[in-house]
Design a protein. Structure first.
Length: 173
């Protein structure tokens, strides 16, 4: 059975510049870039002995690509605190890794042009595999200092409880 859109007037796809990232129940301030959510499934080829010389294909293991988040450098330390749970140099023997809570679930929310929640994706069991505290610094540059974290994860899924919003319209006089 075909699913029909609640909002029959919307023909345009959602834009990629209105989004927010949430973990530990709070929105993360200043995230300016989020890499794509991508998964790939390996192909397992096999052939029966009595079959002609063509292969059959079936799905194998599914891999989820790491997600990278970027934001401007500020005094907010949430990127660094999470990265330190995976490896905290100088913390002492037996305290370098926080096995209790180095993994987090994330939510990425996408909004329409009117600022209404349109899509959400849940990312499961993510942990920081790469942390860049500062970019290359250049006295001749005219740019914002950006930090980033690379998040390995064990899968993601769309949150189907987030439904298409009814977009507002202007009342004509």
């Amino acid at each position: 059975m075909a699913q029909f859109s609640v909002n029959a007037q919307r023909f345009d796809p959602y834009k990629n510049f209105k989004f927010r990232v949430k973990w530990d129940g709070r929105y993360v301030a200043g995230v300016s870039k989020c890499s794509s959510l991508k998964r790939s499934t390996e192909v397992v080829e096999h052939r029966d002995g009595g079959d002609p010389s063509t292969s059959r294909k079936s799905p194998g293991r599914t891999k989820y690509e790491a997600v990278t988040l970027e934001r401007g450098v500020t005094h907010d330390v949430v990127f660094e605190q999470w990265a330190n749970k995976v490896w905290n140099f100088g913390s002492g023997l037996g305290k370098e890794v926080s096995l209790k809570d180095f993994r987090k679930d994330l939510i990425i929310e996408v909004y329409n042009e009117a600022g209404q929640l349109a899509l959400a994706y849940k990312i499961y069991r993510a942990w920081v595999s790469e942390f860049q505290a500062l970019p290359d610094l250049d006295a001749n540059a005219n740019a914002v200092a950006i930090q980033h974290i690379k998040l390995e994860n064990e899968g993601w899924e769309r949150d189907y409880e987030v439904t298409e919003p009814s977009e507002p319209g202007f009342v004509e006089p």
